[in-house]
Write a protein that binds this ligand. Structure first.
Ligand code: SAH
Ligand code: SF4
Ligand code: F3S
Length: 473
């Protein structure tokens, strides 16, 4: 971390201290703890940003709570990748307005990707005046300062930046982990790919890789703190290091992380198919710590649609990439994302998508209805597919993917997988839930004491999206 960033963190620590002081006297007055509720929408990047803000809130003296209704501070970290994510945020804002009538001292903070759109901020300013603090994706680290301003002035605080400023976006690198044994680590921010349907490059800015030294230091610190599994995050991890002279490639970075003692498993997402290198495949093959799982979003199986999406690969090149990966790493598990109903998609294009499912034999998939995002090129493309038609295709695709996922996961029955149990199953407290190296979700009967340690589990039954097994002695 450079000196500027350190200085800045010191400054934010001062604001954290001031908020804490105000909170302590308020708690003394109220004779009860102050509670904060954090709600996250969107991807793992957002979830990780929320962990950082949760850590800040705890340092300010708040207790974290699941109960928004009784919270003294509610923070919503938003997503705008699809319209329904935005609608849910507005729905929640409406509910908070209602809650705030009963609890006028409640502080409402809203941040994240949605706030990078001018129209959204205007709408909140006009119709959701009960929101106290608004900031975006580039100045997350200023959260303590902005909250203090609100506490001191009682006025609405809005601070939206149009782009990132150097290394400042790392707040204090301390995040509140919900699991002691696993953690997420940002290796890069932003995206340069401009897929024609996608809003992310507009709200997260240009691609910026963190220097590998900073990443390795963070991973080493986490390992010392008991973390065994890291998830490396980026919109396109395969282009890590691009634009920085002499920086490691993504495969090089993985190699170095494998050398951090205490780290036993490395996962990453997301891999853009256009940048997946042979070097990455051979590194994955050679390094047992790297999980044999690739999330490789295909979006569509039609080369014509892929071109319109600006994905920069074709059906054929995706298929040969899959062939190559499976040849080198036969045990690999592939998962993917699909968008159904992209403008101009015909039944024939959709059939190509179905073919890719059968060809690549995914063991997991997220299927999305295309959602028009204002400001992206696809929003003004001709041939917008009627919702009913797109929905009907989505149902067919779900049926097909689920059948393939079932077949693929059934192949694991009878095998012994190395699982790290993460928690007690929410449905059955006698079961532990964890993930195998290949990302398969496994439930098995065991005691809580095993949570966070690697265990061999014999897989006995496939339930499509998860597996049932028993612990081997
Ligand atoms: N960077 C990742 C994806 C991030 S967004 C990648 O390129 O693989 C996660 C997923 O949301 C995408 O893979 C895509 O399937 C979906 N998505 C993005 N924009 C969308 C839109 N406008 N409508 C529907 N789904 C969308
Ligand atoms: Fe969006 Fe494409 Fe970037 Fe992924 S690679 S975040 S889909 S623009
Ligand atoms: Fe959503 Fe922002 Fe992630 S738009 S998907 S939260 S990068």
């Amino acid at each position: 971390m450079d000196n500027n960033a350190e200085l800045l963190n010191c400054a934010q620590n001062i604001y954290i201290g001031k908020c804490r002081k105000l909170n302590l006297s308020r708690m003394e007055f109220l004779k009860r703890p102050l509670k904060a509720h954090v709600r996250t929408f969107g991807c793992q990047m957002n979830a990780h940003d929320s962990e950082k803000m949760e850590s800040v809130l705890k340092s300010m003296g708040y207790e974290l709570s699941e109960d928004a209704a009784r919270a003294d501070l509610v923070l919503m970290n938003t997503c705008c990748v699809r319209e329904n994510a935005e609608n849910r945020v507005f729905g929640n804002l409406g509910k908070l307005n209602f809650l705030k009538k009963d609890n006028p001292d409640m502080i409402v903070v809203i941040c994240g990707c949605m706030m990078q759109q001018d129209a959204v901020v205007e709408k909140i300013k006009k119709s959701y005046r009960h929101v106290d603090v608004i900031f975006g994706t580039y100045n997350l680290n200023r959260f303590p300062q902005l909250l203090l301003t609100r506490m001191e002035t009682g006025k609405q605080v809005i601070d939206i930046w149009k782009e990132a400023e150097s290394t400042e976006e790392e707040p204090c690198d301390i995040s509140l982990r919900h699991f002691r044994f696993k953690a997420s680590v940002n290796i890069m921010y932003g995206c340069d790919n401009f897929c024609s349907y996608c809003i992310v490059p507009y709200v997260r800015g240009r691609e910026r890789s963190r220097p590998h030294g900073e990443i390795l230091a963070e991973v080493a610190m986490l390992a010392q703190d008991g973390v065994k599994e890291v998830m490396l995050l980026g919109q396109n991890v395969n282009s890590y290091g691009g634009g920085i002279k002499g920086e490691l490639t993504f495969a090089g970075l993985l190699d170095r992380i494998c050398g951090v003692s205490g780290i036993e498993r490395i996962r990453f997402m997301t891999s853009h198919p256009k940048d997946l290198s042979d070097e990455l495949i051979s590194t994955m093959k050679a390094q047992p710590k790297i999980c044999k799982h690739l999330h490789l979003p295909v979006q569509s199986g039609s080369s014509r649609i892929l071109k319109a999406m600006n994905r920069k690969y074709t059906k054929e090149s995706y298929q040969s990439l899959v062939d190559n990966i499976k040849k080198q790493i036969p045990d690999i598990s592939l998962t993917t994302d699909f968008i159904v109903g992209f403008p101009g998609e015909t039944e024939e294009d959709f059939q190509d998508t179905c073919e890719i499912v059968k060809y690549a034999r995914f063991s997991g998939a997220f299927t999305f209805l295309y959602s028009k995002r204002i400001g992206t090129p696809a929003a003004s493309m001709e041939g917008q597919v009627p919702e009913e038609e797109a929905n009907e295709r989505l149902q067919r695709l779900l049926k097909l993917t689920n059948a393939v996922i079932y077949e693929e996961n059934s192949k694991l029955v009878g095998r012994t997988l190395r699982v790290m149990p993460e928690e007690v199953s929410a449905k059955d407290p006698s079961l532990l839930t964890g993930r195998a190296d290949n990302n398969a979700l496994v439930h098995f009967r065991s005691s809580e004491s095993l949570i966070g340690s690697f265990t061999d589990v014999l897989i006995e039954e496939c339930k499509t999206f998860y597996l049932m097994g028993s612990k081997k002695d």
